[in-house]
Design a protein around this ligand. Sequence first.
Ligand code: 5GP
Length: 235
Amino acid sequence: MEKKDFIYEGKAKRLYTTEDPDLVIVEYKDSFTAFNGVKKATMGGKGELNNKISTKLFEYLASKGVESHFVRQLDDIHQLVKRVQIVPLEVIVRNITTGSLCKRLGVKEGMVLVRPMIEFSYKNDELGDPLINDDHAILLGWATEEEVAKIRAISIKVDEILKEYFAARGVTLVDFKLEFGKDSKGNLMLADEISPDTCRFWDSSTGDRLDKDRFRKDLGNVLGAYEEIWKKISA
Ligand code: 5GP
């Protein structure tokens, strides 16, 4: 499948049409951004790593019955995916307290939550992806009540599957962000990517950060951490 027309460029990916109106090509870029685009960098090989990692995780989720937009990996930096309309919500699933949760509520980092915590943000860069609740999403027309219920159920299932998958590979899945889309028939499915850009991974024995926090917090060896995740899941 070949790229046809350019559709859209986001912070980490570009999208292109194909000859099939229901399929689009995602190109993974080498760029890093954080703090709503304020901090930026480019690192050669990052796009390829996220493409490989995301492919592996979408394939694993599909094998466990979780549908996503992913169709197949095309080459180092390209994936073929179903064309979907993105639901303008960022769905955050947390297993351990850290990040914006601790900043916002003043709670201590590293607390293991008794069950996964789900948060919704309104996906809007200009507003800085503000935290919202189910009522905002439903009553402001961003998702129906049924869709919100389905999004919660799928997010919890993804957490169960990936938590166990990573635990078996010596990695703690701390939290992650999911996005959902709807295909031309209105079917809701997982979309975007699942990678060290969108998840927090802690090495289970050393506590080392193996994700984008290395970039956000200037911890160094950013791509080394992404490589480490790839090594652990491709072994
Ligand atoms: P926090 O809300 O603590 O900053 O992030 C929670 C989790 O969601 C982290 O795994 C983080 O990487 C992910 N996340 C939250 N917002 C975004 C975003 O706008 N882009 C990306 N790539 N990940 C996000």
